[in-house]
Every structure is written in structure tokens, then in C-alpha cells.
Design a protein. Structure first.
Length: 326
């Protein structure tokens, strides 16, 4: 009887040990899966990070004082059938109350009520509505003949955060050697609710040759960049901002990542980024071949940008834990 009990007890202990081992294997597999997930979708490219919540604009730092010699800023919004978002885009720029701002909406002959919206804004902005050859064409048309010291474009579904224009202008005044700036971004959904944030490490020119990590909606540049490298390439319909960035970097212009949230990137079903992904893959391949001299594999791209992604992950969690504040 004692021997039978001992054998059953030993079998039970073996089963418990086997169960614990399986649990350890499952946990290890989950950890590897989580790491692979972070490797595939780093926080800066993960749009929906938490349930939608109100975007509290008052929680962001106030605008710095605007200098009496504030540089002239020219902003263009390319638009086509985005009336449901365009009003918020316009408001986010006009409400900055920047003293020397030229703001223009270049609309591609929309038929969704955009014209009525633009007419209702009076003289708070300039606008034209006419057929164009796409987003790149609209941006170039909007900037044609404009005199300014600083330039930027904001798509018709994105938004600037309060104080952005004054902050950018102050930075350019204090750093005359810097030519292109960008900052952190907030992800919002179609209703304007916040669903995520991307906190970026300092600029990395090497990683930028393999992947475009610069949030376009936060980017501003000096007009001397535009004058030297030329306008947006109208043959590109997805990666035109990365092309412009790469040409500026190749020309030796100085980039800086600013320590501030500057704009909101809106996520929605009709988003161009999602609907033309195949076009984007082709265009990004063309740009990589041009800048690198060869077309890298996905593994080569990941290896090249791994140091930057590791830094971004560290910045993400440092901000999430309150170690970094912006």
C-alpha cells in the first residue's frame, strides 16, 4: 500500500513538474511573441495604442512668446473631398494666432461641401479649388510664388497642436544653423479622440536612409531648402515627403527633432496611407535604390534601423512612465 501510494505521488509530482515546464515554455513563447510584435510594429508606428480618450489640448505646454521679428511662415493644406475633417485642420492653424502667417488651402475641385466650408472662413485664409494632378501637385500649386522664411504643409485630415507655430519660429530664430525640424506626434481617430502617441529619439540620418520615421505633419523647413532642392516631386503620390527629406539630407541640410508634441495624425478608413499602400511600397523601393545604390531586403532594413528602433522604444517607455515629460 505504501509502495503504491509512493508511486502515485511520484507520478503526480512528475505531472506537476511537466505542467510547470509547459507553463514556462508558454510564457517564454508569449515573451518572444511580444518581442516579435514590438519588432514588427514599434510604438512609433502603432497607431491605436489605447482606447479612445478625449484630446486634452490644455495639457500641452503653452505657446512661447512670439518675437517681434517673427519669421513669416507659409503653410499649405492640399485637400480633396475631406470636408468632414478640413474644418478642424483649418481651425488648428488659424487659432495659433501667429502674427505673420500665410495659410492657403489648395483644393482639387471637391464635390462634398468643401467649397461651402472654405467660403464660410472669410479672409482667415486663402484658397483655390481647381483640378490638380494629385496631392504633390496641390502642394506645389499652393506654394507657387509665395514669399516666406519657413514652410510646411498639413494634410486636410491632420491638426496642429496649440503653440506649434510660435515654438517652431522661436527654435529657428535661436538655431540659425538648423534647416529642417520635426517633433513628437499624437494619433487621433476619425472622431478626433486620442488613441496613441509617438515620442521620437534624436535625429538619426543613417536610419533615415532606410526608413522614413519623420512625422510629416510635424515637419517645418526653411525656404532655402525648397529653393535649393526644388519642390515636391509630382511623380510620387505616397512617398513624396520622404523623397523631399532625403534630398534635403543629401544636400547637407541640418535636421533636428524638437522636444515637443507638434501635431496630430488622424487615423480613418479613407486614409490615403492605407488605401495606396501598394503604391507606397513601389515608391519607397525606388527611393531606397536611389539613395543606397541597391534595394535592401526587409531583414537588411530592420537591421539598419534596429538601433534607432531600440532608442525609440526606450523613449516611449520613459515617457509612458513619466521619466520624460514634454
Amino acid at each position: 500500500m505504501d509502495e503504491e501510494f509512493r508511486q502515485r505521488l511520484e507520478q503526480l509530482e512528475n505531472r506537476v513538474a511537466l505542467l510547470e515546464r509547459n507553463q514556462d515554455l508558454i510564457a517564454a513563447g508569449q515573451r518572444r511573441s511580444s518581442l516579435r510584435s514590438l519588432w514588427r510594429r514599434p510604438p512609433m508606428w502603432t497607431f491605436e495604442q489605447y482606447p479612445p480618450r478625449l484630446l486634452n489640448l490644455t495639457a500641452f505646454p503653452p505657446a512661447p512668446a512670439i518675437h517681434s521679428d517673427a519669421p513669416r511662415i507659409a503653410m499649405v493644406t492640399p485637400s480633396y473631398n475631406h470636408a468632414q475633417y478640413l474644418g478642424a485642420t483649418i481651425d488648428s492653424i488659424v487659432s495659433q494666432n501667429y502674427p505673420d502667417l500665410y495659410y492657403h488651402v489648395q483644393d482639387g475641385a471637391s464635390i462634398d461641401g468643401t467649397l461651402d466650408l472654405l467660403k464660410s472662413r472669410g479672409d482667415s485664409l486663402s484658397w483655390r479649388s481647381e483640378p490638380d494632378k494629385g496631392q504633390s501637385s496641390a502642394i506645389n500649386l499652393g506654394f507657387a510664388g509665395i514669399k516666406s522664411e519657413i514652410m510646411a504643409y498639413l494634410n486636410s485630415d491632420d491638426m496642429l497642436l496649440p503653440g506649434t507655430l510660435a515654438y517652431v519660429a522661436s527654435y529657428f530664430i535661436a538655431h540659425p544653423h538648423v534647416d529642417v525640424v520635426y517633433g513628437h506626434r499624437v494619433f487621433i481617430d476619425r472622431e478626433g479622440l486620442e488613441v496613441g502617441r509617438a515620442v521620437l529619439p534624436p535625429h538619426d540620418g543613417k536610419a533615415l536612409r532606410y526608413a522614413d520615421y519623420i512625422p510629416q505633419e510635424t515637419m517645418f523647413w526653411r525656404k532655402r531648402v525648397w529653393d535649393r532642392i526644388g519642390p515636391i516631386d509630382e511623380s510620387l503620390h505616397y512617398a513624396m515627403d520622404w523623397d523631399f527629406i532625403l534630398r534635403a539630407q543629401a544636400a547637407g541640410f541640418k535636421f533636428a527633432r524638437l522636444p515637443r508634441f507638434l501635431a496630430c495624425f488622424r487615423i480613418h478608413d479613407a486614409q490615403k496611407t492605407a488605401s495606396t499602400y501598394a503604391v507606397g511600397v513601389r515608391e519607397m523601393g525606388v527611393l531606397r535604390r536611389r539613395i543606397l545604390g541597391f534595394e535592401p531586403t526587409q531583414m537588411q532594413i530592420r537591421r539598419a534601423i534596429a538601433p534607432y528602433l531600440a532608442k525609440q522604444l526606450a523613449y516611449h517607455y520613459a515617457y509612458k512612465l513619466g521619466v520624460l515629460r514634454y
